[in-house]
Design a binder for this molecule. Structure first.
Ligand code: ZN
Length: 268
């Protein structure tokens, strides 16, 4: 999944030369770290749904911004997804290992002098661990924003959902739509199935009292309805997400990480 922008612009960290890093460091660069997971996504979607979406968003943002450098770090492809091990295809890291990997990646990027780091996560199980990593790093005065992509468009998800009620789901309406837009050849629409949501509590209580997932106890490993997924919906959502990420990159380019200003250093 080593993709480059359609424009051919060089944006991938692993392809850059030393002098290109040095030039970038002179102009308040932003580094986006895509974070995902390798896991089953129902019978119809590939295993890398959750890393492919942040990766495409990161590449898109880096391609869209020309007045300062936005660099895409090598994606953290493995995530925390023990609860998807019940279906074939899933590979998971342990919780502490995953948090350590995120911390070491961000520490390294920071140590290279890149102090505007944004982790863009694409997997529900990573949400709390990614945040925990950013909190742990903050203890060390290393700063990495932790965002999960669908939280950039919660209003649109709710307004545009035909079946999944604003949830990103799992191989359901929205993940399938995004795949149909980004990588249609990897979706087998003839294998789509719909699973019912399973929760312990009533919908009202579930909003504030949800257990962490133990395993994906659906008949087919799907959460949501892929039958209402379309490439057009995927494109519409992707474009909103991309716009939000570009806006964040632009604002962070102008800003310093929290402790920087306090210590009066502006050498980032
Ligand atoms: Zn997913």
């Amino acid at each position: 999944m080593l993709i480059s922008p359609p424009s051919g612009k060089k944006v991938l960290w692993q392809e850059m030369l030393r002098h290109e890093f040095m030039t970038a460091l002179d102009n308040r660069p932003v580094v986006v770290v895509p974070v995902g997971s390798v896991e089953q996504h129902g019978p119809h979607c590939p295993q890398d749904v959750d890393i492919s979406i942040p990766y495409h968003l990161a590449i898109g943002a880096a391609d869209a911004i020309d007045d300062f450098p936005v660099i895409v770090a090598p994606p953290v492809t493995y995530g925390f997804t023990h609860y998807n091990m019940g279906e074939v295809g899933t590979i998971t890291l342990g919780l502490e290992v995953f948090i350590s990997v995120l911390c070491d990646v961000c520490r390294s990027i920071w140590a290279n002098g890149f102090h505007r780091i944004i982790m863009v996560n694409g997997h529900g199980g990573n949400l709390a661990p990614t945040w925990a990593a950013s909190v742990k790093l903050a203890e060390e005065d290393v700063w990495a924003l932790a965002i999960t992509y669908w939280t950039m468009a919660t209003d649109e998800l709710l307004a545009w959902s035909e079946a999944d009620d604003g949830s990103i789901g799992h191989g359901g309406e929205w993940e399938t739509s995004l795949q149909l837009y980004l990588r249609p050849s990897l979706v087998d629409e003839s294998r789509r199935v719909k699973d019912e949501w399973r929760t312990k509590f009533s919908p009202g209580v579930q909003k504030y009292a949800a257990f962490p997932e133990r395993r994906r106890e659906m008949a087919h490993g799907v959460m949501g309805d892929p039958f209402v997924a379309t490439a057009e919906k995927g494109e519409r959502l992707f474009n909103v997400l991309l716009e939000r990420l570009v806006t964040l990159c632009r604002e962070y380019h102008e800003e310093d990480p929290p402790r920087y200003r306090e210590f009066g250093s502006h050498s980032a």
